[in-house]
Write a protein that binds this ligand. Sequence first.
Ligand SMILES: Nc1ncnc2c1ncn2[C@@H]1O[C@H](COP(=O)(O)OP(=O)(O)OP(=O)(O)O)[C@@H](O)[C@H]1O
Length: 210
Amino acid sequence: MLTLHSFQKSYGDRPILTIPDWQLPPGIHWLKGPNGAGKTTLFRSIAGLLPHEGTSQLNGLDSRRDAVAYRLRINYAEAEPTFPPLLTAHEIIRWVADAKQAPARQADELIATFDIASYMHTPVSTYSSGMLKKTSLIVAFLGKPDLILLDEPLVTLDVTATQTVARLIESTHRQSVSFLLSSHQAMETAQLPIDSVWEIWGGRLSSLSA
Ligand SMILES: Nc1ncnc2c1ncn2[C@@H]1O[C@H](COP(=O)(O)OP(=O)(O)OP(=O)(O)O)[C@@H](O)[C@H]1O
């Protein structure tokens, strides 16, 4: 479903990642790698937010040739989300729901799932890191994506919210949505069924699955 071909990413003249060919099948996948390995760089490249060499295709849609359709099918939550400080979570969620052509009531259901109603009308500049994280996770589930990229989704979340994310990933996956997650924490914490494990090391991507 996600296919990278002749992928290369450098910052200036410093090469970060080289991936000759990669096919990521449908499922829930875990991307590992030490600090600075290139996980965020890969996520941002796949999400269409960073220029790179080579191609990225999602179910036949090319990130450059079919840029709008591709971006409607791929969602991304950053490890350390930032938003315009004066906007409220409610404004951000409504805006993204509209841009992502989200089904009616989807935003309201996610707001209830993450229990953010009590503060969603105050500016995000007043939020704790966990409140920001919940807002970014809600945004990442909006629309009708085929693939959701979650960079460190469990960081700063309390035990209840960690379980909420895990159950939401499972139920969303049952609706044929795939996930690529990075986490320095063991995924066992969230008791998530993982289909494959990948590692970035020395600028290369390799499978750690059997
Ligand atoms: N905008 C940038 N300009 C130059 N170098 C960058 C930039 N962003 C990241 N890098 C470098 O690219 C490498 C990969 O960074 P990246 O953030 O992708 O790693 P990561 O695997 O997500 O790390 P972590 O686990 O610490 O979040 C690092 O050496 C980093 O210094």
